[in-house]
Structures are given as structure tokens and as C-alpha cells.
Design a protein around this ligand. Sequence first.
Ligand SMILES: [Zn+2]
Length: 326
Amino acid sequence: MEQAQPTDAGAISVAGDDAVLPFAVEGLDVRGRAIQMGPALSALLARHDYPLPVSKLLGEAVVLAVLLGSSLKFQGQFLLQTQTDGPVDMLVVDFRTPGDIRAYARFDKERVAAMQEEGTLKPELLLGNGILAMTIDQGAHTSRYQGIVKLDGASLEDVAHAYFAQSEQIPTIVRLAVAEMMTREDGGPAHSWRAGGMLVQFLPQSGAKHRDLPAGDVPGGHLAEAENDAWAEATSLVQTVQDHELIDPEVPVERLLYRLFHERGVRVFEPSAVRDQCSCSRDRIEGVLRGFSAEEITDSIEDGEISVTCEFCSAKYSFEPQEFLG
Ligand SMILES: [Zn+2]
């Protein structure tokens, strides 16, 4: 995809919502991807109807998974999963190339409500302590890759930084923002979600030969001085972005990138669309049930039928028990 003709970010049409936009800033030796999410995220979160803070947290995880998963060069799957001891004890985001996402959260209603009442509710506190695992699966011909990073009350942004410092050794900065939007429509006030995110990585062409030099105070890297300066400039620019700018429908991603990096020559590549699309199907679930023993089938019968609800998209599938007891 990145072989596509690059364009000057100041002068092009916009990728629009729900499309990942790869970019490069050659003057700073950085590459990255940015996105604004609207309808796809809104539809995904609306279907679950979680408490607001849980939706917001899952929204952040979705944006992070999209930014990371969209780097897959071949057909494959990127799975982001948390396992923690907080009120939200599990988040799962499943990204499949070229851009299908599905996600769900598992949480304790009462603990979330209690935190909301106490007013101590921050997305990162919902998770608590545990781990975040990222798994890349690119099919039968490649080995499965899994990276694990500790979660201990830090935000998902910080966790992403720790992950890249630890397992990829690529200086990386990630920004994530999610907000609930209230708009007035004909039928009264309407509710929706918007999110924005940006992942920026330092990938100097000459990087390899500098790796032995003493480390600077830049997280995650061993950078020569000139490189230190370039990466310090890139990170400080990215840190100037306010959360509301990341999600602002009036500030498309291209414009934001141009505003940040135009002095260093930012170029953007072909965007790729992200869809709210589950991969469950009647056939697939039927296949799972066919593997059940007669006893397991009998145990699954309720009100004369076997009913299975997809955790990811809440779709309901009903089966006649007789189909599996023949
Ligand atoms: Zn589903």
C-alpha cells in the first residue's frame, strides 16, 4: 500500500472517518499512521451499550489495535487482549486485514458503577493490574507472534510506549483520544462516538550503524545526537496535539499532520478503510456445536433450543438440538 504515489499532505483530498492514513516525515526520519474514527466505532460501541467509561476505554483499545494492526503487510489478524484485576477484567479487539474490526469488554457492573459514584473513574483505573497481549497471526506459512506487556494503572498510550521500548526497540509515540458526541438531530438529541489516534515511529535510514552509541534520554532507543534531536522534535510536536484536535471532525487527519510537520515535509500515502465487521457466522458456530458431545449438547438446551450469542457483535444464533443429537 505504501508503494502508492505519496502526496503532499497540505494539498490533497481527505481520507475521511474510519480510514487509516500512513504518513512519513523524511526531515525527521519518522513514519506513522493516523486515523479519525466515527461511524464504525459508534456502531461497534452502540451495539454493546456498555456504561460510558467502559465504552470509552474499549474505544481507546480499538484505536490502538487499528493503528498497530494496519501495519500488517500480508493477510492476517492482529489481536489485542487485556487480562487484569480491575472492574474491566478483559478487553478484546480483533483486527483482520484489510480493516475489519470487532471488540468486546468484560466487566463487573457493580464495581464500575461504584467507581462512577465515587468519581474516581479514569479509563486506566478500570483495568487495574495485569497484562496486555498483542498477537499477530499471518496464517499457516508464518509463525504466530505474541508480545506481552505489563499493565499497572498506566494509560493505554503509556502501555503502548512501554511495549515498543521493550519488544521492538523502535522509539514510538502513540496518541489516543475518544469522546462521546451529542448532536441535535430531527428526532431530538443524538449520541455518537468519535475517536482519533496517531502512531509515530522513529526509523532512521542510517539507524543501524548508530545502535552502539550511548543511549540518550529518549525512551526506547540508543540514538546518536543528531537523531536524538530529530526524534525529540517529532515527539514534542506530537505531544502538542490536544485530545480534542485528534477527534475534531473539522480537522481532518491530513490537516493535522500538515499543521504538525509541514516544515519537515510530510507526505501521506493511500488510506485504508476500517469497517465494523464481525467474522462470526451461523456455519462457524454450527461447526463448534458439532464438536460437542451429546451430553454437552443436552446441557446447552434452554427452552427447547440452543441459543448462542456472539460476544463480539451480540448476534444471536438459535439451533434445534435435534440437529446435533442424531
Ligand atoms: Zn459476531
